[in-house]
Design a protein around this ligand. Structure first.
Ligand code: ZN
Ligand code: ZN
Ligand code: ZN
Length: 376
């Protein structure tokens, strides 16, 4: 997490409603409550991001029918009190030398099962288990995967603005020189552009040229880009607290017929995935629609990852567009549609847009051209 506090348009009432919704969802899932450590869930529920995630315990305790309590170190309490959601919280501060786990345990049902945020420190969970041996714990993301999945109107506007900023970065980066420069130099251009267009945090700037493009995990390295290279660009981060993530594949100079054919194929697959987005469709239907296009063309074995992932206050979260995920799509969900083809030792192509589910279909938050862009 960064300590920067973007000016989000959410009020204490918005955070109160989110915390109530979360406590209700916990009860419906058979949990006695939720324990939320600093990280994306805490930001979403309270607007609070400590300037540093230290070893001192900070923990939001949500239990059905009880007021939310934030257990917080005394020295952090003034800062926590300034968070937008603070008026909807009771702060319970603890000073060095006192036992924060005893203070937390006093708020908990000693025989309950609790959802705990995935990024809580193990030392805190182990201490809670020692203090309350009758309690048990579940991963918050596994217990309530859809907690943050449906975005409200203000969140959708922030995600749309983040997408537009990433698109603006692409429109600029396609004009820079690629040939003869290192991937890492183009990646630095991309990071600078994301910041210039309002991102406070850059999460990734993948520049995967030539054979590196066949490795979906390649970030950016020392390889010097050559004339004739296909280049996968995949970049994003956070703008005003909400994520962007888009991929386009560009080519230095004139492409071969095969390069054009594979790029067209991925574009068709991306379009098919997008067209499968509508309320009531299952997440796996989006994956299947995109994958079928690539498989039918004989490239199925070269599409080696899921079709998409959710996005919100993080750039990767549920829901996942993957075979076996039967979660129905609902209006307001936001996720990527990003099929790819990766030909080992040769090149790769990926095209990615963030899409939101509307009342009757899908709407893209990225809209730069999906045709193959030729760069210098
Ligand atoms: Zn080429
Ligand atoms: Zn991406
Ligand atoms: Zn993505």
């Amino acid at each position: 997490m960064t300590g920067s506090r973007p000016a989000v348009p959410f009020t204490a009432d918005d955070y109160r409603a989110r915390m109530e919704r979360a406590a209700r969802a916990a009860a419906d899932a058979g949990l006695a409550g939720l324990l939320v450590a600093p990280g994306p869930d805490l930001v979403w529920l309270t607007g609070y991001a400590p300037t540093a995630d230290t070893e001192r315990l900070t923990l939001l305790v949500l239990a059905p029918g009880r007021d939310p309590v934030l257990v917080v170190p005394t020295l952090e309490a003034p800062d926590a009190g300034k968070a937008a959601g603070a008026p909807a919280l009771t702060l319970r501060d603890w000073t060095d030398g006192k036992d924060p786990y005893a203070a937390t345990a006093a708020l908990l049902d000693g025989s309950g099962r609790f959802g705990i945020s995935d990024n809580a420190w193990a030392m805190h969970l182990l201490a809670l288990q020692r203090t309350l041996p009758g309690t048990s714990y579940a991963s918050l993301t596994e217990a309530l995967p859809m907690l943050r999945a449906v975005k409200d109107t203000a969140e959708l506007e922030l995600l749309a603005a983040a997408g537009a900023a990433a698109d603006a970065a692409f429109e600029e980066v396609r004009k820079v020189r690629f040939g003869g420069r290192r991937e890492s130099e183009v990646a630095a251009d991309l990071a600078g552009l994301l910041r210039r267009f309002g991102h406070s945090q850059v999460d990734f700037t993948i520049v995967a040229s030539g054979p590196n493009g066949a490795n979906p995990h390649h970030e950016a390295g020392d390889r010097v880009i050559e004339d004739g290279d296909m280049i996968v660009l995949d970049f994003g981060g956070l703008k005003d607290g909400y994520g962007s993530d888009t991929s386009r594949t560009v080519h230095v100079g004139e492409p071969t017929d095969e390069e054009r054919r594979v790029h067209d194929l991925v574009r068709e697959a991306q379009e098919a995935g997008f067209r499968a987005v509508r309320p009531g469709a299952a997440c796996q239907d989006v994956d299947r629609a995109a994958r079928a296009v690539i498989a039918d063309a004989g490239y199925g074995e070269y599409f080696i990852h899921r079709t998409g992932h959710g996005i919100g206050v993080t750039t990767h979260e549920p829901p996942y567009m993957i075979e076996g995920e039967e979660q129905p799509l609902e209006p307001g969900m936001c996720f990527s549609v990003e099929p790819g083809v990766y030909l080992p030792g040769r090149f790769g192509v990926r095209i990615e847009d963030i899409v939101t589910v509307t009342e009757d279909g899908g709407r893209r938050f990225n809209d730069t051209t999906r045709e193959l862009v030729l760069v210098e």
